[in-house]
Design a protein around this ligand. Structure first.
Ligand code: DHB
Ligand code: FE
Length: 279
């Protein structure tokens, strides 16, 4: 049977892609951020996952305001990397795992989640940057991916409660897949940031820290906030923390293996967590 061996959550700021392309990892601005991923590299080398289920939010590349699914799952054999306007070099395409994707889609629809099924899908910085952070070097990707996309662009957004339930259902879907696969679940986005409007540049360190602590201690803590309250607490783009919540909810109880929090990277409080199943 397939097994979730861990959950990794990270910010996906476009500037990370440019820093990688220019080889700035040792520059003073970037070094503390990139160094935070060294324990994750060791963990990935030891655990050697086959597949990454990547929970992310598209930024107007694959979906636009004219048609905006709340939840979408990729079922493509390949996911090309594209840049929706940040001037980030693209990366090698990602290999998909259509049989696992269809199992997840069937299982989610079977549990009454309305899923947009994507047999063609391009992925933006929210997939490409975290993947390049986790598997540096620019060679062929060592894992296949199943992208799970959640709307954070156009209101109404799904609630934290709904995202938590989606994550739980994804966990059950992976756990009921017959092939012996080692699966890592990745959640990308956040933490607090706001790119536009009067509060542009807004960061809420106290909220971020409480949210990160809650993921091990009490993962439903953040479900007491509505989507609009999350915008107030974490910023218009800080609602991307819903990706972390969904990814975390695929596991029941967890222990923390590595954690990082660095402010700011670009306009964002850049967080990272590596969690393993507790039992
Ligand atoms: C930034 C952060 C994001 O999450 C994003 O999608 C785009 C830009 C930033 O901080 O610059
Ligand atoms: Fe983003």
């Amino acid at each position: 049977m397939a097994k979730i061996i861990g959950c990794i959550t990270t910010s996906h700021v476009p500037a990370i892609g440019r820093a990688i392309a220019k080889g700035l990892q040792e520059e003073p601005y970037w070094k503390p951020f990139f160094d935070g991923f060294k324990p994750v590299h060791r963990w990935l080398a030891e655990t050697d996952p086959d597949v990454a289920v990547v929970v992310y939010n598209d930024h107007g590349l694959n979906f636009f305001l004219d048609k905006m699914p709340t939840f979408a799952v990729g079922a493509a054999p390949e996911y090309p990397s594209m840049d929706e306007g940040w001037n980030i070099p693209t990366v090698l395409p990602f290999r998909g795992d259509p049989p696992l994707s269809w199992h997840v889609i069937n299982s989610l629809v079977g549990e009454d989640f309305d899923i947009t099924m994507c047999q063609e899908m391009v992925v933006d910085h929210a997939v490409c940057n975290p993947m390049a952070l986790l598997w540096p070097g620019g060679g062929d990707w060592p894992v296949r991916i199943v992208p799970v996309e959640i709307n954070t662009v156009q209101h109404p957004l799904p609630s934290a409660t709904r995202c938590f339930k989606l994550g739980e259902a994804i966990g059950r879907a992976i756990g009921s897949y017959e092939e012996d696969l080692r699966v890592v679940v990745i959640g990308t986005g956040g933490l607090s940031h706001q790119l536009d409007g009067e509060r542009a540049g807004f960061i809420n360190t106290a909220f971020d820290r409480e949210f990160m602590a809650s993921l091990t201690r009490d993962p439903t803590w953040v479900t007491k906030f509505s989507a609009v309250e999350l915008v107030e607490q974490a910023g218009t783009q800080g609602v991307e923390l819903l990706m972390w919540l969904t990814a975390r909810a695929t596991l029941t109880s967890v222990r923390e293996i590595a954690v990082g929090y660095h402010v700011p990277i670009s306009n964002t409080a850049a967080g990272m967590m590596l969690l393993e199943p507790a039992a």
